[in-house]
Design a protein around this ligand. Structure first.
Ligand code: GAP
Length: 449
């Protein structure tokens, strides 16, 4: 798979999974017990990447956007929420089972031929398709009876809808406005082999934008455009992103119109984020089921109405896989040499600056540590004094560190250091006194080469 030039290629899924394990981004869950299928743990670098992606989204959606406030609702909610939302009734996939291996498949994931002949990918007979509810249930309290059943939320969105009135009454927000939330969601899905792409436990970054019903289409277009441009701010290659509109038979039970933003993963184009016009479906249903009036009062003209909701719903854990697969390059550097480099945007790179003394002796270690300690107040740093300098650069390339500094004998003479750029591998000298500001500027003006 050649990219911008034929000496550089994308990583395969096998390479990405191997690098994640080797460098501490993502580990199989409970690995010492043989792992738990489809569950993954984020290691020291993975958690930094995931947290930074979350912060980037949060900042874009709340701090840099007028009229969007945050929320953190609980995972367990009143079971009636899921009756009102329609998840108890219709949140089901049609499933079939390979009658020999007992492997389960989603009916809509099989080919036309497999569906017609009712044979599994292994060529065995399939069971009849059956609806299978994706919600995990459990019981609250010591007695397990039908009255104690609760669900692990399958989307974060409902926590926002049931708090709509609380937020309006306490935050002085006026329509149009949004409520943003990041959190865990759970679906008892048939999990395919694509690493963290689809898991039973995952994280979502959702924003619900409440608008006047007459303005739903305008805001739907607005959010489509905003969400696509968000990914370019993150430095994701535009040619790996596209919109895909849901056909009438694909629309979720709540949606009037829906677009996916798809990303070209190494295994093909897949959904990254959904943008949905949910109409007044959710607030109407919660009004009916709770008996509470959830209409909004516009105090400029005394109009009372149920707002329409435009939803932007992105997967955080799926975004981690997007960031990794977009960043991974296997590149020819010089003659007969290659490097693996993760070209993360500096805002999401787990380490922003690597700091190295050229050698350990002659006071260079102490000087480098002093510089690193100053920089760590503003940047995420990593100090490394072991091995040849070229190998230290490569180790940082492989985890996506955008900048490295080398402290050498010249530093002692004229208080300058070598600043080395990950993408171009260019090296320049920068005065120690200017380092912080220079790095801030480089992050601000970053474009991937
Ligand atoms: N509230 C609307 C909603 O949940 P969705 O299209 O079902 O819509 C939104 O999910 C996003 O959540 C998806 O685009 C995807 O990024 C992420 N997502 C959904 N199911 C997932 C799973 N099983 N594993 C990882 N991410 C998932």
């Amino acid at each position: 798979m050649a990219d911008n030039e034929d000496t550089t290629r994308r990583g395969t899924m096998e390479e990405i999974v191997a690098l994640c394990k080797r460098r501490g981004f993502i580990f199989p869950s409970s690995e010492i017990y043989g792992g738990l299928s489809s569950a993954w743990d984020y290691g020291p670098l993975g958690v930094e990447l995931k947290n930074r992606l979350e912060r980037f989204w949060w900042r874009e959606m709340t701090q840099l956007h007028d009229g969007i406030v945050g929320l953190d609702a609980s995972i367990l909610m009143h079971p009636k929420v899921w009756e009102a939302s329609g998840h108890v009734e219709s949140f089901a996939d049609l499933m079939v089972e390979d009658t020999v291996t007992n492997e389960r498949f989603r009916w809509d994931h099989l080919s036309d031929e497999q569906r017609e002949s009712k044979t599994s990918p292994a060529g065995n007979p399939l069971s009849e398709p059956k609806a299978f509810n994706l919600m995990f249930d459990t019981h609250l309290g010591p007695v397990k009876d039908t009255g104690s059943v609760v669900y692990l939320r399958p989307e974060t969105a409902q926590g926002i809808y049931v708090n709509f009135k609380n937020v309006v009454q306490t935050s002085r927000v006026r329509i149009p406005f949004g409520i943003a939330q990041v959190g865990k969601a759970f679906r008892n899905e048939i999990v395919t082999k694509n690493f963290v792409f689809r898991t039973c436990e995952f994280e979502q970054m959702e924003m619900q934008y409440f608008v006047h019903p007459s303005e739903d289409e305008k805001w739907f277009e607005f959010w489509k455009e905003q969400r696509m441009s968000y990914y370019s701010k993150l430095g994701i290659r535009p040619e790996r992103l596209r919109f895909q509109q849901h056909g009438p038979d694909e629309l979720a039970h709540y949606a009037k119109d829906a677009y996916d933003i798809e990303f070209e993963f190494p295994f093909g184009w897949r959904e990254l984020e959904g943008i949905h016009n949910r109409t007044d479906f959710d607030l109407r249903r919660h009004s009916e089921f709770s008996g509470k009036d959830l209409r909004y009062l516009d105090d400029t003209n005394n109009e009372r109405y149920l707002p329409y909701i435009i939803e932007t719903s992105a997967g955080l854990t799926r975004s981690v896989l997007m960031a990794l697969s977009d960043a991974y390059e296997d590149q020819e550097v010089g003659e007969n040499d290659r490097r693996v480099v993760l070209k993360f945007h500096p805002e999401i790179a787990p380490v922003t600056v690597g700091v190295f003394p050229l050698v350990k002796k002659d006071g260079l270690s102490e000087l480098a540590q002093e510089i690193e300690r100053k920089l760590r107040r503003r940047f995420s740093t990593f100090y490394d004094q072991s091995g040849a300098i070229g190998r230290r650069y490569r180790r940082q390339d492989e985890i996506g560190t955008p900048f490295c500094l080398t402290i050498d004998y010249e530093t002692k003479e004229n208080q300058t250091v070598t600043l080395r750029f990950r993408d171009s591998m260019e090296q320049i000298r920068v005065p120690v006194s200017e380092l912080s500001n220079r790095l801030e500027e480089e992050i601000e003006n970053y474009t991937r080469s």
